[in-house]
Design a binder for this molecule. Structure first.
Ligand code: SF4
Ligand code: SF4
Length: 136
């Protein structure tokens, strides 16, 4: 199950993390004067991708939601979403629904930040071919 990302870089900005105003962000997430994370490269990639913080990994949040549950109001709300999806769906389908949920926020962010509409994710199209095999 793959998380779809069009590398708009919207989530690697101070604006995106403003909602986490009631927690201390991990030290890796700091911002340049232009509002971009210091680890964001000119190619809109994360320079520390393999060791990026938990908060930057949708897979990690899905797998270990008890960590984000303690990260302020937004973290608690996200943990509730993961919990609800895991209750309603079998594991692989729950993961897929989580990625779709996150991608809907990506699209909102892309519009909010007035980024190119080319970055918008056609969620139904992207995930329709993803086969969910619960035996895996
Ligand atoms: S906001 Fe979504 S599409 Fe844009 S870089 Fe972040 S994860 Fe990828
Ligand atoms: S650490 Fe990497 S993934 Fe996380 S906000 Fe910064 S550039 Fe983005």
């Amino acid at each position: 199950m793959n998380f779809h990302c069009t590398k708009c870089a919207g989530c690697c900005t101070r604006k995106n993390f403003e909602a986490f105003d009631d927690i201390q962000l991990p030290p890796e997430i700091r911002f340049k004067p232009n509002g971009n994370c210091v680890n964001l490269t000119a190619e809109n990639k994360c320079a520390i991708y393999e060791r990026r913080p938990y908060l930057c990994s949708m897979k990690a949040i899905f797998t270990r939601p008890h960590i984000i549950a303690k990260m302020g109001k937004v973290g608690a709300a996200l943990a509730e979403v993961v919990k609800a999806l895991k209750t309603r769906f079998a594991k692989k389908q729950a993961e897929k629904e989580w990625y779709k949920f996150v991608n809907s926020h990506c699209n909102g962010l892309i519009e909010h930040l007035k980024l190119s509409p080319d970055y918008l994710i056609n969620i139904d199209e992207q995930y329709k071919e993803e086969q969910v095999d619960e035996k895996l």
